[in-house]
Design a binder for this molecule. Sequence first.
Ligand code: NAP
Length: 289
Amino acid sequence: MTARLLRGGPAADALLAEATARAARLPAPPQLVMLRLGEDPASVSYVRGKDRRAREVGLKSTVYALPETTSQAELLDLIARLNADDTVNGILVQLPLPLHIQEQTVLHAIDPRKDVDGFHPLNVGELWSGRPALRPCTPAGILYLLDHYGIPVAGQRAVVVGRSSIVGRPLAGLLLHRDATVTVAHSRTPDLGAVTREADLLCVAVGQPHLITPDMVRPGATVVDVGINRVLGEGGGKAQLTGDVAPEVAQVAGAITPVPGGVGPMTIAQLLANTVLAAELQAKGRAAR
Ligand code: NAP
């Protein structure tokens, strides 16, 4: 058996088409502001990609490329000004931040209504309470992708490998909210294969190339590979992207997301959809005042 490929591109296009149709009904194009400190090549590339995609779909995007030496006080001051600016609908601080800045302090300073990454504790609490709020982009994008391809979630036995606050934990919360029976595995889980073999829906967000091998997957299961790992090509050639799931798993699984081109496009699309949602909620809030 060869698994059905759940490509992110078409699902991301559908999500963006919905978001841009909603954005067109707003009085002005929603504005996303991204703050980046320093010149970490991965951060530069991620922010550039989000900025380009935002403009392509007609959102307003502003990038502050700040020096790595920017102090925490300066960063908090800028966030306070963006919080107070009604023309700014979404604020994203690209992680990781330089070591002299406390990530939690910065993320907590963003107005939860503009927290398009969904990392503010208020939004985290709303997620676990099952109430509507801005959701972290990768997990919310994964749920959209599953729905797009008609993969059932309710009543399924879901296993999430990885418990980061960016992917694993919020994904477990969203799956639970959608009535899956959820198990979360992590680095201290003994006999990982025995746990993953239980899954109808296996989501892996670890950051270790090919951690999941075919013997760890129930035949016919849906496998969502969140991992993005840079590995050297054959003979030490150009680096290639690979997931946390070994390619041979496609011979066992019923459906699988490719890497690259699976979850990755969903993350950016969901960020832009979150920006539109934030703008809608802010407009509603202003109308009610
Ligand atoms: P992270 O913060 O490093 O968390 C990794 C998680 O994996 C931790 O919970 C860790 O457990 C667990 N883990 C480590 N080794 C394990 C093992 N041998 N068995 C089981 N669990 C193990 O990483 P992250 O931010 O969640 O990212 C995970 C991967 O997803 C990375 O490759 C990242 O690049 C990728 N990612 C992709 C997207 C996308 O858009 N496609 C977005 C975000 C992240 P402990 O908690 O016990 O340490």
